[in-house]
Design a protein around this ligand. Structure first.
Ligand code: IGP
Length: 254
């Protein structure tokens, strides 16, 4: 059940193909109970998923942080969930980061990675994630199958789209949590109009699940177009760049 990655363009394809080479199943620690990602996002107001990300292909090195300390600051700042990058080469993340964040806070965690093999779902669960990211641009028509596997493991899935075509696939697959990424992962370009546009389209098509806007949010004003339409926003870089993670989060959403 592996997607055909040869057809995936740009940076996204490069990262995903490298990731696919590395998946080799091994015995996992027993999974522990975790809080619900979906329920956390459905609390009143715009929920923030705050992201722990030390580097990225678009920014290079963002910041050296202790993931557990960053997560604690985010929790104090009012984050409803935490996203932890576990991709090592371009994002400087690891499963150990996920585990350490799990041990530090009570919030639900999203494993942020390029899932290209079902074993990565089991890994996410074993290392304390409540949810995984499923990127439609990678998984294509396999999105539904991965969604089912995630569900069977007790994981929520944030199904990520960037185009109308990907939105169709996500809705067809039965996504309950839909992420609209403002960043084109092939070219890394940001367009903040993407989330409101595809979010509205999803609602027009009868999507009643959780809507999450992703990438490029840096100022309070940027969040205004999301009001009344989106349940949650995923913010990484602009928070990580601040010396005061807790204050930056409060300022953005307070
Ligand atoms: O750092 P930003 O611009 O606030 O974006 C966060 C998050 O949306 C971004 O990290 C992201 C969204 N989808 C992804 C897929 C893979 C890696 C990273 C991502």
């Amino acid at each position: 059940m592996r997607p055909d990655l040869a057809r995936v363009p740009g940076v996204l394809g490069e990262i995903a193909r490298r990731r696919a080479l590395e998946v080799a199943p091994y015995p996992l620690p027993e999974a522990q109970a975790v809080p619900s990602f979906k329920e956390a996002l459905l609390r009143p107001g715009l929920s923030v998923i705050a992201e722990v990300k030390k580097q990225s292909p678009s920014e290079g090195r963002i910041r050296e942080v202790d993931p557990a300390e960053a997560a604690l600051a985010y929790a104090r700042g009012g984050a409803r969930a935490i996203s932890v990058l576990t991709e090592p080469h371009r994002f400087g993340g690891s499963l150990l980061d996920l585990k350490r964040v799990r041990e530090a806070v009570d919030l639900p965690l999203l494993r942020k990675d390029f899932v290209v093999d079902p074993f990565m779902l089991e890994e996410a669960r074993a290392f304390g994630a409540s949810a995984v990211l499923l990127i439609v641009a990678l998984l294509g028509e396999l999105t539904g199958a991965y969604l089912e596997r995630a569900r069977a493991l007790g994981l929520d899935a944030l199904v990520e789209v960037h185009t109308e075509k990907e939105l169709e696939i996500a809705l067809e697959a039965g996504a309950e949590i839909l992420g609209v990424n403002n960043r084109d992962l092939a070219t890394l370009r940001i367009d903040l109009a993407t989330a409101p546009r595809l979010g509205r389209l999803a609602r027009d098509r009868g999507f009643e699940g959780v809507l999450v806007a992703e990438s490029g949010y840096a100022r309070k004003e940027d969040l205004r177009p999301l009001a009344g339409l989106f349940d949650a926003v995923l913010i990484g870089t602009s928070l990580m760049k601040s010396p005061d993670l807790e204050g930056a989060l409060r300022e953005l959403v307070g």
